[in-house]
Design a protein around this ligand. Sequence first.
Ligand code: CA
Length: 220
Amino acid sequence: MRVLVVEDDPMIGRSVQQGLRQDGYAVDWLRDGQAAESTLATTPYDILLLDLGLPGKSGFDVLAGLRRSGNSVPVLVITARDAVADRVRGLDGGADDYIVKPFDLDELAARMRAVLRRRAGRAEPTIEHGDLRMNPLRHELTRNGQPVALSAREFALLQALLEQPGVPLSRARLEERLYGWGEEVESNAVEVHIHALRRKLGAERIKNIRGVGYLVPRIR
Ligand code: CA
């Protein structure tokens, strides 16, 4: 799950980025509205955490521009305490929800999940593949109904593969799903996680096409 955080307060930005990374999200962090706008125009995100008071371009303007251009990325607005008018304006401007500073990381994560759940409709989305059933929102995987324990990165990697069965994903594409910008990519991290997934799910589950990438076979 790829998250963009736009927040000019370095303490908040850093702690949100670190906290969410620990939860297994790939998190990019920008500090001004203009940069956010150009990045959002070219990079797909699963959710945007948007501060309203930003240098360059306000969060309101970024949000308005997004919605005007037809970008429907879920947006969680970050507002100051007592700024009721801002919250209303944010929601009216197309935000999905808001969170008030200072906030707890657990609350932020819960609100993000709630936004994503609401966006996905009432039914929780599951991805099925043979005897596997994955619930990305709950971070759960079962095989024949039995829970399989995966690390956050193993889960993210498997999710990327299961979303497009039969389509090989290169190591670079998979690394993109696992890491935000500037986050140090451990060399052969993808291979290590693939190895762990094969051990847990069976070697035949994930195929390697030499020089191309990895895929889960399509099931007929
Ligand atoms: Ca700010």
